[in-house]
Design a protein around this ligand. Structure first.
Ligand code: HSE
Length: 291
């Protein structure tokens, strides 16, 4: 038997829709894999009642099939499903890393990314790598059709998860089909600024880059209180605020020592519109770890 912990992730970061992602040092999913004649799945932990154990419908079933690695797979969820924190990706990433090692398949971490993304597709209806890449490889990742570029970065983050459910399928439905050239120009500038900020461990540059005028405004409509929470976080000192992945988590970058104030402001702002929320004071962390 092998045990793997894979981290929650925050995808998009505003300007990097379907491309950027970061591994968060908390929360995470723990997955145990043991060889068996056929795939079977047990799910426990946060939101496990909403997760199917049928291998055809669970994210890890597709991963086991792609790796031709039948196993009994126990998933202990630490990342709430439909949170915008890469919940299905964390399970898929942990299963990919665990089964690769259990069956000695010899894939590199980067090669495991598209395999884990097949599991993501079962849940979101679309295979994109921006959550599985950081969950497997850690750090800040840029996932494109050419592969994954990984950057070590140290930026304090606050992830505020409201008691709202937004499915990735719904959040993808509201994404505009086109954008104006001015928006493209703005987005390229922001994305380049964010990437430079990650290289320099500079929360101000990262914060400036966490902004877009195309996807985030459309999705903000799905999150009660989003604008109030964003304003409250900025007033408390956050350098940048945006929707984490498909939402509803709101993610803020900040300076060292400022996370508590930013987190409290975000929770209070959600509370003021009648939404309970919890906060993770977190940072950019490691990828999946085998125990
Ligand atoms: N990039 C994806 C999205 C992440 O925002 O829809 C969620 O799976």
């Amino acid at each position: 038997m092998l045990t793997v912990r894979a981290p929650a992730t925050s995808a998009n970061l505003g300007s990097g829709f379907d491309v950027f992602g970061v591994a968060l040092d908390r929360p995470g999913d723990v997955v145990r894999v043991s060889k068996a004649d056929a795939v079977s799945i047990d799910v426990t932990g946060v939101g496990s009642q909403y997760i199917p154990e049928d291998p055809e419908k669970n994210t890890v079933g597709a991963v086991a099939e792609a790796l031709e690695a039948p196993a009994h797979i126990e998933i202990d969820k630490g990342v709430r499903p439909a949170s915008g924190l890469g919940s299905s990706a964390a399970s898929a990433a942990a299963a990919a890393v665990g089964l690769n090692e259990l069956y000695d398949r010899g894939y590199s971490r980067e090669e495991l990314v598209p395999i884990a993304a097949k599991g993501e597709a079962v849940v979101s209806g679309d295979a994109h790598d921006d959550n599985v890449a950081p969950s497997i490889m850690g750090g800040f990742t840029i996932a494109t059709d050419e592969g994954v570029t990984r950057v070590d970065a140290d930026i304090p983050l606050v992830a505020c998860l409201p008691d709202i459910v937004v499915s990735t399928r719904d959040a993808r439905r509201v994404v505009p089909e086109s954008a104006r050239v001015e928006q493209l120009v703005e987005t390229v500038g922001r994305a380049a600024t964010l990437t430079t900020g990650m290289h320099r461990d500079d929360p101000d540059l990262v914060g400036q880059g966490m902004y877009d005028t195309v996807v985030t405004p459309a999705r903000a409509e799905l999150i009660d209180g989003y604008e109030q929470v964003r304003t409250a976080a900025q007033e408390a000192g956050a350098t940048g605020v945006t929707i984490s992945g498909a939402g509803p988590t709101v993610i803020a970058a900040c300076h060292q020592g400022n996370q508590r104030a930013v987190g409290t402001a975000m929770i209070d702002a959600f509370e003021a519109v009648g939404v309970d929320a919890r906060v993770y004071q977190t940072a950019i962390g490691e990828g999946a770890t085998v125990f």
